[in-house]
Design a protein around this ligand. Structure first.
Ligand code: MN
Length: 308
């Protein structure tokens, strides 16, 4: 019942500030800080490794997961109060929700999904039991995803490593996320026209102004702005975000299976030590890392030093 995230030093500082109100006076040896929350304990080390334990470890880690291993990260969405701008009756609206996965994983794609859940489909989606999407197992998500795909208007942007690596030097990760969300939302709007949703909810990874700045810089057209809301923990505010989160995760998993097959070895999810070892093995075999991994991660240099 624990998970370890590898985060950048600036991110570690943000986490220290965030958890300061929960800090325990005596942190374990070698720890930068330790915090005790009602459902989880968090211990951070100088190396940037952060350990989450306790019954709520997944939920607490998820708060930071998208930001893990991204030294270029400038904005920390977790400083935004979740749901600050969301109207009270929002859960009952017809909403397109969007969410992405894979930003913190060395191997595999950055996958973004948008799903429309109309008022009429809310009961059906509730019956899927996905409200707490962050705590579902991969197996459960694999069961549910085909039902979502079959019934609900959706679009997935699966940015594979080669494309990601071509774009990333010119667009930071949050900009790539913004472009992906905007495109997925645009596609779903096209699919459901002439119906329009009451709102769009983006699981927040950047401030709204930053998000729209990214899109204007990238000259995305059209930019979807009407009735767009942002919040962290978006899945708690509308089931469309929960559905999008599941769909993105399952497409990511399927892509990992396909890439692992091509590589002839299992590519682990995440950005830890296991990832370095597999990357080193790929290099030794003369395989093309560009095809499998997000090259700007520190894992690339670590793998190379393991080879030498
Ligand atoms: Mn998210």
């Amino acid at each position: 019942m624990q998970i370890v995230l590898q985060v950048s030093i600036p991110q570690l500082k943000k986490m220290a500030a965030y958890y300061a109100p929960y800090a325990v006076s005596k942190a374990p040896k070698g720890a930068v800080f330790a915090a005790k929350l009602s459902q989880a304990t968090v211990t951070a080390y100088k190396s940037g490794k952060v350990l989450f334990q306790g019954s709520g470890f997944k939920v607490e880690a998820a708060r930071w997961q998208d930001n893990a291993n991204q030294p270029t990260q400038k904005m920390n969405a977790s400083h935004v109060t979740p749901g600050a701008t969301i109207p009270t009756d929002f859960a009952n609206w017809s909403v397109i929700g969007s969410d992405e996965v894979g930003a913190g994983a060395y191997f595999g794609p950055l996958t973004t999904a948008a799903v429309f859940v109309s008022k009429n489909d809310l009961d059906w989606v509730k019956a899927l039991g996905i409200a707490d999407s962050k705590t579902l197992t991969d197996a459960k998500m694999r069961d549910i995803a085909p039902e979502i795909i079959q019934r609900l208007p959706h679009h997935v942007v699966n940015l594979l490593p080669e494309k990601y690596n071509a774009l990333q030097p010119h667009n930071n990760v949050n900009q790539l996320k913004a472009i992906s969300h905007n495109f997925a939302l645009h596609k779903v709007l096209e699919k459901i026209a002439p119906i329009t949703p009451d709102a769009i909810l983006i699981d927040q990874f950047a401030q709204a102004t930053t998000y729209f700045n990214y899109l204007s810089k990238a000259q995305q057209s059209p930019v979807i702005r009407q009735n767009v809301y942002f919040t962290t923990k978006g899945e708690q505010y509308h089931l469309s975000v929960a559905a999008a989160s599941i769909l993105a995760r399952v497409v990511e998993l399927d892509t990992m299976v396909a890439l692992s097959h091509e590589a002839g070895m299992t590519l682990p999810i995440g950005a830890g030590k296991a990832v370095d070892l597999v990357a080193a093995k790929l290099i030794r075999q003369g395989q093309d890392l560009n095809h499998f991994a997000k090259l700007h991660f520190a894992n690339t240099a670590k793998a190379k030093s393991l080879v030498n």
